[in-house]
Ligand binder design. Structure first.
Ligand SMILES: *Cc1c(COP(=O)(O)O)cnc(C)c1O
Length: 389
């Protein structure tokens, strides 16, 4: 077993060796620009991109034409939210999102608010799920877009996408979901869930950093978006810029692997996660599990350790690569805005550790992690107790 142990799969994942192998030829011999229409170099690259588009589409029950390649999920979120608002605002000026969304969604909505759109921040219930009655009351015939994530990046809770999709459709509002954490981890079906726009991040699902995708509905009522970037009109005019062919090939391959291995991988990781959870609860009193355990990613556990200093705890756990929450916010002593939105105490909101398991996590690593956390928390509590006495 190699130390430190990586348990931060929500921040990013390693590239699966099978994904890397698929990508490599597109850096060297197959280096063509898919926009080059007059020679074999271009055709080879274009064929690879179209194959990847089909692989991505298949994972979420979309069609290849509905997949737009981007650089990351943040870009996909920006394109979905700003692109929808700037194209469809006639008569509709209202956007609904959730207080526990990723900053790429919250800050995009906030910018639209400064432009004159009305923004409603829906509140989650104490278990992290959106309050459907509150959401129903918030959506009106003026609502242009509802953006609610599939899975939360800190607490891993899964939102009721099909119910949200039904509410949106009934009011003629577009439904965007940030599925950066969910794609490849849980089944997603844009048709059954009536999703209009869905954001994907390559580097959260064993593809490389620097590639993402946005699903944009074309079947039924097609979604029109205003592009963010002007230029050569790539990706149906929605995302100008020469395509990242190796990254796109990698994302396609990663989607294919996830589609084939998801049931088995989910079962294995949920069992490991539950072993960790049960062990922590058995050996440590006064800890707090954040978010619904029932509606949750199989690879996520989020636990608060009230009474301890989180920075000291994480430093003491230096052979475990862990995070307090979102990578973007860690390192600051601020309490988690996600946990605060759930209505927990400041003590709980300030002391979370996010355990993110993944494809390469082993039983042995989880056993080591459990023992290390228990022993470290007990030792720090003893020191704190001695100091207080
Ligand atoms: C990681 C993440 C993002 C941002 O993805 P990037 O590809 O890093 O831009 C957005 N939303 C959620 C829920 C995430 O977990």
């Amino acid at each position: 077993m190699k130390l430190p142990i990586y348990l931060d799969y929500h921040a990013t994942t390693p590239v699966d060796p099978r994904v890397l192998e698929a990508m490599l030829p597109y850096y060297t011999e197959n280096f063509g620009n898919p926009a080059s229409r007059n020679h074999k170099f271009g055709w080879t690259a274009a064929t690879a991109v179209e194959n990847a588009r089909k692989q991505v589409a298949k994972l979420i029950n979309a069609t290849a034409k509905e997949v737009v390649f981007t650089s990351c999920a943040s870009e996909s979120d920006n394109l979905a939210i700003k692109g929808a608002a700037h194209r469809n605002h006639e008569g509709r000026d209202h956007i609904v999102t959730l207080a526990t969304e990723h900053k790429a969604v919250l800050d995009s909505a906030q910018r639209l608010g400064r432009e004159g759109f009305r923004v409603t921040l829906a509140r989650p219930r104490p278990d992290g799920l959106v309050d459907l009655d509150g959401l129903r009351a918030a959506i009106t015939d003026k609502t242009l877009l509802v953006s609610i994530m599939a899975a939360n990046n800190e607490i891993g809770v899964l939102q009721p996408l099909a119910e949200i999709g039904r509410l949106c459709r009934a009011h003629g509002a577009l439904f965007h979901t940030d599925a950066a954490q969910a794609t490849g981890k849980i089944p997603l079906d844009v048709e059954a869930m009536q999703i209009d726009l869905l954001s994907i991040a390559g580097h959260k699902m064993y593809a490389p950093k620097g590639v993402g995708a946005l699903y944009v509905r074309r079947r039924g009522t097609p979604v029109e978006l205003a592009p963010i970037m002007d230029g050569g009109g790539h990706e149906g005019g929605l995302r100008s810029g020469t395509l990242n062919v190796p990254g796109i090939v990698g994302l396609g391959k990663a989607c294919e692997i996830c589609r084939q291995e998801m049931p088995e991988e989910s079962r294995r990781l949920a069992a490991l996660r539950d072993r960790l959870k049960d062990g922590l609860l058995a050996d440590l009193e006064g800890i707090h599990i954040n978010g619904s355990l029932e509606h949750r990613l199989p690879n996520n556990l989020n636990v608060s350790f009230p009474g301890l200093d989180l920075a000291i705890l994480l430093a003491a756990l230096n052979d475990l690569a862990l995070s307090s929450g979102s990578a973007c916010n860690s390192g600051t002593p601020e309490p988690s805005y996600v946990l605060q939105a759930l209505g927990v105490s400041d003590e709980v909101a300030s002391t979370p550790i996010r355990f993110g398991l993944g494809r390469f996590t082993t039983d042995e690593e989880i056993d080591f992690c459990l023992a290390r956390v228990v022993e470290t928390v007990q030792r720090l509590r003893e020191i704190a107790g001695t100091a207080a006495a």
